[in-house]
Design a protein around this ligand. Structure first.
Ligand SMILES: [Zn+2]
Ligand SMILES: [Zn+2]
Length: 129
């Protein structure tokens, strides 16, 4: 997926930073870490790259954290769900079964274009700590 021709240099760089990170990154973190030699990026470069990556399903935005994570699952534009640890901040992705929700939305005449579910709790490590 990193060889996708739609991944221009800035997009690839932002995706690389997301993949290297231990947890969700804010746009601000990405701007600061962007330059290989320490200089920050111009904010629009990072915002545009994030927009693209999110739209094509390479990355997801976690609204409640206002931060981004790389997609760890395959499949463009899938419904995304995150388990977010409120202790250590870990965010783990899983693919929700949103079929019933989609049917309920369609019954109300809505066409759903994206779904992100955020579940908060304690990760296995923090439960034992
Ligand atoms: Zn995903
Ligand atoms: Zn935790």
């Amino acid at each position: 997926m990193a060889t996708d021709e739609r991944l221009t240099a800035p997009r690839r760089r932002v995706l690389q930073l997301l993949l290297q990170a231990d947890g969700p990154l804010k746009a601000y973190d990405l701007i600061a870490a962007y330059g290989e030699t320490g200089e920050p990026a111009k904010p629009p470069t990072v915002y545009r790259a994030l927009d693209f990556l999110e739209r094509l399903g390479f990355a997801h935005r976690i609204e409640s954290l206002n931060a981004f994570v790389p997609c760890r699952l395959d499949g463009e534009n899938h419904a995304a769900a995150f388990l977010i640890c409120s202790c250590c901040g870990a965010a783990e992705e899983f693919e929700p079964d949103f079929a019933p929700g989609r049917l309920a939305a369609e019954a109300k005449g809505y066409r759903v274009t994206s779904v992100t579910l955020e579940a908060r709790g304690l990760c296995p490590t923090c439960q034992t700590g």
